[in-house]
Ligand binder design. Structure first.
Ligand code: F6P
Length: 324
């Protein structure tokens, strides 16, 4: 028998489509096991300021299809201080919250690791970020929706690039990781991708483009965290190298973070939310959940934060080969 009676749930960091589905699954699964859930608004900020939603159960109908997060989100500097976390824990105790489900990315897990270590409160993390850069899960909640949004945008840019015979550099999100760029590149049949994980040799790219240019237009997907600069900077470098084709830049930006989650993200979020509650009741603490090869996977917060999730070698090899 678990001693957990009330779970606090919150979303933190950059929002991701499917966060609502994860909140809903957490609340409904807990209700099924006779456990109360309290919502916490604005992530760690709300925890410090004591902005709670004890009636979260009455607020989760009609949200599985909604993008964003009904619990709002924030990036909290104060929670990175010991005083901030002490205040947050005091507030949790005053609400009788004795366990947490934290939905977010790396920053969220870092906060959860610290809070868990300092107070002993059981916390389960769910990977909610469009970047797909969390170790211990094949996919993060929101990634599938984001790449579908990006591919849809690139398909549209393809039409105009083709009509004008232009070279387009299209920037997608991913500060430290190239998953969005790599998948968008393959899914949209782009000429190539520029990623944070791989070196980009601009002169070699230009000469290859000149010799191999069978098509009159080309699409290049640039991850925002790419080492050679953002899409505008790369376009300028290519222009400076004497490349004579008409060049344009498009930045997809925060469009990628919004919209109704795909079925893949809804199912992933529901499965993880449900299992977060089960794990808490089984006595797990300080772990991040994910799905690997179709199965539920648990890793420590430490591994989820610091272990490197490698890009698929297959996809990296494919991306240039298939676009020739
Ligand atoms: O971490 C998710 C992410 O969407 C990154 O891909 C992006 O760099 C960042 O958030 C943007 O953050 P903000 O919404 O604070 O501009």
């Amino acid at each position: 028998m678990s001693s957990i009676k009330k779970i606090g749930v919150f979303t933190s960091g950059g929002d991701a489509p499917g966060m609502n589905a994860a909140v809903r699954a957490t609340v409904r699964a807990a209700a099924g096991y006779g456990i109360e859930v309290c919502g916490i608004y604005n992530g760690y900020e709300g925890m410090i300021k004591g902005i709670f939603e004890p009636k979260i159960k009455s607020k989760i109908a009609n949200i599985i299809q909604r993008g964003g997060t009904i619990l709002k989100t924030a990036r909290s500097k104060e929670f990175m201080t010991k005083e901030g976390r002490e205040q947050a824990f005091k507030n949790l105790t005053s609400q009788n919250i004795d366990a947490l489900v934290a939905i977010g990315g790396n920053g969220t897990y870092t906060g959860a690791l610290k809070l868990g270590k300092e107070t002993g409160i059981p916390i389960i993390g769910l990977p909610g970020t469009i970047d797909n850069d969390i170790y211990g899960t094949d996919y993060t909640i929101g990634f599938d929706t984001a790449i579908n949004t990006a591919v849809d945008a690139v398909d549209k840019i393809r039409d105009t690039a083709d009509s004008h015979n232009r070279l387009f550099f299209i920037e997608v999100m991913g500060r430290h990781a190239g998953y969005i760029a790599l998948h968008t590149g393959i899914g949209s049949g782009a000429y190539t991708v520029f990623l944070p994980e791989t070196e980009t040799d601009i002169p070699a790219f230009v000469s290859k483009l000149k010799t191999q240019r069978k098509k009159l237009f080309n699409l290049v997907i640039v991850a925002e965290g790419n080492t050679n600069g953002n899409a505008h900077e790369i376009a300028q470098k290519v222009k400076n190298s004497g490349f004579d084709q008409d060049i344009r830049v498009a930045v997809i930006g925060h469009l990628q973070r919004g919209g109704s989650p795909t079925c893949h993200d809804r199912v992933l979020a529901s499965r993880l939310g449900f299992n977060a509650v089960k794990c808490l009741l089984e006595g797990d603490k300080g772990i991040a959940l994910g799905i690997v090869n179709g199965n539920l996977n648990k890793v420590s917060f430490n591994d989820a934060i610091y272990a490197k999730k490698e890009l698929s070698k297959d996809l990296l090899e494919m991306v240039n080969l298939l676009s020739k």
